[in-house]
Design a binder for this molecule. Structure first.
Ligand code: ATP
Ligand code: MG
Length: 286
């Protein structure tokens, strides 16, 4: 299902931190074509040694990403196994995770954010057509390949990363921590359906339009769980049309969530100037 990469073809560079049961580093991989050595910058995701039992799920995520190809889906080059180390070798995306990018950038225009939202919807539409549920959509898993000009009308370019380890293996604490990205029904079933991604999309929209701020930040796991038990909604965005789309995506009844076609249609009908007028006259400083 996936390409095996020789460990000796990998070079390790600086560490980029921890993920869910993973450690992440920058590196490079060398290939020989026609007797010439080529080097490609890569991202190396290593499964934690104390979670080795998750290897099947980890490889499944790699295999999923290797089997499908779309401009807004991250490229996975393959897997490397060295002694007891399991490594996913993927495309290194220059500007990193979108949540961090939005947090450190001071002026990102609404049209830039809307472009990102449309690109994610486009990736989801592709997955929906293929009947593939992703299961881990959030701004952290959107990687920014091209920055564009965030304050002008120069488009960014994003790629959706791999879903990582299955929710069923991650444990209750991690799943609760993923509230409000994880759809409420997943808490009971731990199974991912297509509709779950719509919910996560809604939550991710909220995050993007709040400059990478995590929704429900500061709530402890019990409070997060109560948020779902009370069928609560995230605080509404000022932009009513967008707020309405988020509400539709984050319907507690999965079958009521919109199709990707409908999401795309609604995003295309949003006119950023409406929002900018609201801003110019309104109350909220950027
Ligand atoms: P999860 O399965 O929960 O998504 P993970 O193992 O994928 O966990 P993340 O938390 O998503 O780990 O990623 C950690 C950090 O690594 C991100 O915040 C981002 O900065 C960086 N990163 C991840 N993938 C890439 C990539 N392909 N290119 C560049 N940076 C990346
Ligand atoms: Mg990730």
């Amino acid at each position: 299902q996936f390409h095996m990469i020789k460990h000796e073809d990998l070079t390790w560079r600086e560490s980029l931190g921890q993920g869910s049961f993973t450690h992440i580093s920058r590196g490079s991989k060398t290939d020989q074509w026609d007797g010439v050595t080529h080097s490609t910058e890569v991202l190396l995701k290593v499964l934690d040694a104390n979670h080795k039992n998750c290897w099947e799920s980890f490889f499944e995520a790699a295999s999923l990403m290797s089997q499908i190809s779309h401009k807004h889906l991250l490229l996975v080059y393959g897997i490397s196994v060295h002694k007891s180390k399991n490594i996913m070798v993927q495309e290194f995306v220059k500007h990193g995770a979108l949540d961090l990018y939005l947090k450190r950038s001071t002026s990102v225009s609404v049209s830039w954010k809307l472009d990102v939202a449309k690109q994610l919807a486009c990736a989801l539409n592709f997955l929906e057509e293929k009947n593939i549920a992703h299961g881990n959509i959030c701004a952290k898993n959107l990687l920014l390949a091209r920055e564009g000009d965030p304050s002008a009308d120069n488009s960014p370019f994003i790629k959706l990363s791999d879903p990582g380890i299955s929710m069923a293996l991650l444990g209750k604490d991690v799943v609760l921590d993923r509230i409000p990205w994880v759809a409420p029904e997943v808490l009971d079933t731990l199974e991912i359906e297509l509709e779950c991604d719509k919910w996560s999309f809604g939550s991710t929209l909220w995050e993007i339009f709040n400059n990478g701020e995590a929704p429900l930040q500061g709530l402890d796991p019990i409070q997060k769980q109560q948020f779902y038990e009370h069928f609560s909604n995230l605080p509404a965005l000022e932009w009513t049309e967008l707020a309405d789309l988020i509400i539709q995506c984050m319907q507690y009844q999965p079958e009521l969530r919109p199709s990707c076609r409908s999401i795309i249609r609604q995003l295309n009908s949003l006119i950023t100037s409406d929002y900018e007028i609201l801003h110019a006259t309104g109350t909220h400083p950027k």
